[in-house]
Design a protein around this ligand. Structure first.
Ligand SMILES: Nc1ncnc2c1ncn2[C@@H]1O[C@H](COP(=O)(O)OP(=O)(O)OP(=O)(O)O)[C@@H](O)[C@H]1O
Length: 613
């Protein structure tokens, strides 16, 4: 029965479900439930012989929760302020919400709902510890949990401790987070290397790989990231890490790919070539930007990694989680884990002692790259210190600019002259390089400045700002001829995966002029790839993008359009992710109230993994 669900979910539902009645109709009319949510619930009810409206409402809300990133629904703690389709905020506290206790009891008694029991197959929903799941996601959680537990219970990898100690003394002579993290990732099959931007994660990964190849030069290593852009960045950044020549030689030539490509997509199927039956042939798998990995993809990855391969999950758990449901990295870092006295002893033996390591997690917290106000602002947001965040915004430093008084609902809001000049200036620079056919320079210029929004639609949304930018460019007399669809300098966003050409949803690129006609150029670890426009599908112009889309990328300068304080999209993770996309300068356009609201609202993604791994 569950097989119908992805298909139904994929439907781009009209807003109103005409045949909905009672509770479902009330929630649909208010915009809480989309028509697809209602259809899935009604269909499940018909197939499973369930007519109780409360249960069907719960089922519809589970489907809705998946769309906003939660793996399951915590019936006792549903957030009653929601974002309706169309990005408008609706208060739903006056809707006929069922009382939690009888609601849970009705769900538990329903023929649609199974429990925490492998035997409850065939039921489309599961109610486990008060969390309601679609069966498929419960299974994925179980699989992730079971695989990680098996890996943790296996005897640890064989390590030559003297050799490890000598390598650590050479590469990280000072006892700090990086030395300890390198040791943990060497001594454990599964490890998590967490830290904010510029805390030395990439440096640690490069060192770790050199250390592992020092232990065993024949180790086969795979590097992967959720997006093509993040994979390209990972490869470039690893190649730039300063290592002694012998260690550099140990990791020379490593290539990074997307996780999808690593797993080997099968055309026309959601399965991959590598799975539990055909493991990946690697001894070490390192995943960067793991915060962006959904539960579904993590489940696929974990089943494909050999039980005797090291898996290192690298990322920043404070960032926004994946667009699809799940927040596995955040769950891994937050979940309670048993002490591992043997690991702690081994760490001591190799000169990396410290407080007990839990669940293979090490967190790097010293920032090496950011100095000044961006770092202060990011730290204040992460720790929930709104006063310090506002002080950093108002400090008047060159690297953080706060535009507080723009009325963004106006057609041409005042106070945005500098933003406009910056957008127009960087587009012109990109166009000049693109007209010259210089793909590396055009791609570099493209990443000089990026306009980010939280919303997709409405006065604060990407579509409005993208069209404003287009108008600004036309008014300022653009360099390239806008009559051409593929004009040099056109900034591109990939909106669909193209495995054959190795470009992926979320990648950005730019059109460049060449003697053979226009080409779309995309950054890769080495030279950019250039593709003829006729071969491309699923491409949009990207004058502005959502903060979600910008994950896994950094830009020299970033401008962020904040929505009003009451927008539920405005969360601590969103603000943190937006601010930390900037290397040199960040400009926030919004109000103090919006900044404070974001910081006061850490995202709660419902997931059972966080409660028990
Ligand atoms: N132990 C160290 N000593 C001196 N500099 C360091 C050290 N570790 C990292 N750095 C420097 O700090 C900067 C950031 O490091 P790195 O790129 O490894 O961080 P990161 O956490 O991977 O950042 P991002 O998340 O942005 O990719 C680099 O310039 C790097 O050379």
């Amino acid at each position: 029965m569950t097989a119908v669900i992805p298909e139904l979910l994929a439907e781009d539902g009209v807003r109103f479900a005409t045949r909905a009645t009672g509770l479902l109709a009330a929630f649909n009319e208010r915009g809480v439930l989309a028509a697809t949510d209602v259809h899935v619930a009604r269909r499940l009810g018909r197939l499973g012989g369930e007519a109780d409206e409360q249960v069907l409402l719960a089922a519809a809300l589970v489907v809705r929760a998946l769309r906003s990133g939660s793996v399951c629904l915590d019936l006792a703690a549903i957030d009653r302020t929601v974002l309706a389709e169309g990005d408008e905020v609706v208060d739903t506290s006056d809707l006929p919400w069922p009382d939690p206790a009888p609601w849970l009891a009705a769900c538990a008694a329903s023929p649609l709902v199974g429990g925490d029991d492998e035997a409850a197959t065939g039921r489309p929903l599961r109610l486990v510890d008060g969390l309601l799941y679609l069966d498929r996601y419960w299974r994925q959680e179980q699989q992730v949990r079971a695989t990680l537990a098996r890996r943790a219970a296996a005897p640890p990898p064989a390590v030559d401790a003297d050799r490890l100690r000598a390598a650590l003394d050479r590469l990280f002579p000072v006892l700090d987070g990086q030395r300890r993290a390198t040791a943990v990732c060497t001594l454990r099959w599964t490890s998590v290397l967490a830290g904010g931007p510029g805390t030395g994660k990439t440096t640690t990964v490069a060192t770790l790989l050199a250390v592992l190849r020092d232990q065993d030069p024949s180790l086969r290593i795979a590097l992967a990231a959720p997006t093509g852009k993040a994979a390209a960045r990972m490869q470039e950044a690893l190649a730039e890490v300063d290592l002694p020549p012998a260690d550099r030689a140990r990791i020379a030539g490593l290539q990074a790919s997307t996780i999808h490509r690593l797993l080997g997509p099968i055309r026309g199927s959601s399965r991959f070539r590598h799975d539990r039956h055909r493991h990946l042939p690697f001894d070490v798998v390192v995943v960067d930007e793991t915060s962006m990995v959904s539960l579904t993809l993590m489940a696929r990855l974990l089943e494909a990694v050999r039980p005797d391969a090291r898996l290192v999950l690298v990322g920043d758990p404070d960032q926004l989680a994946s667009v699809e449901a799940g927040a596995v990295l955040g769950d891994l870092v937050a979940a309670p884990a048993d002490p591992e006295p043997e690991l702690d002893r081994a760490l001591e033996q190799v000169g990396a002692p410290g407080s007990p390591v839990r669940g293979g997690v090490t967190v790097l917290d010293r920032t090496w790259r950011f100095h000044g106000t961006i770092a202060r602002l990011a730290a204040a947001i992460r720790s929930g210190d709104a006063d310090d965040a506002v002080a950093a915004l108002r400090a008047g430093e060159h690297d953080v600019v706060f535009v507080e008084d723009a009325d963004l609902t106006a057609r041409d809001p005042g106070g945005l002259r500098e933003l406009r000049d910056e957008v127009v200036g960087s587009a012109a620079e990109t166009e000049l390089a693109a007209l010259d056919g210089d793909a590396p320079l055009a791609l570099a210029r493209l990443d000089e400045h990026r306009l980010l929004c939280a919303h997709r639609r409405g006065p604060w949304g990407v579509s409005r700002w993208a069209s404003d930018v287009e108008r600004w460019l036309v008014e300022s007399g653009p360099v390239a001829d806008r009559d051409e669809e593929w004009y040099p300098g056109r900034p591109l966003l990939v909106t669909a995966n193209d495995h054959d050409r190795g470009i992926y949803n979320g990648d950005t690129g730019v059109v460049i002029g060449t003697p053979r006609g226009p080409r779309a150029a995309f950054a890769r670890g080495g030279a950019p790839v250039e593709i003829a426009p006729s071969l491309l599908d699923g491409i949009a112009t990207v004058h502005a993008m959502t903060v979600h889309r910008a994950q896994g990328s950094q830009f020299a300068r970033v401008s962020v359009i904040l929505p009003p304080a009451e927008s539920p999209l405005l969360t601590r993770e969103l603000l943190y992710t937006a601010v930390t996309r900037a290397r040199v300068r960040v400009r926030l356009v919004g109000t103090e109230e919006a900044v404070r609201a974001a910081i006061a609202r850490p995202i709660g993604r419902a997931s059972g993994l966080r409660r028990r791994f």
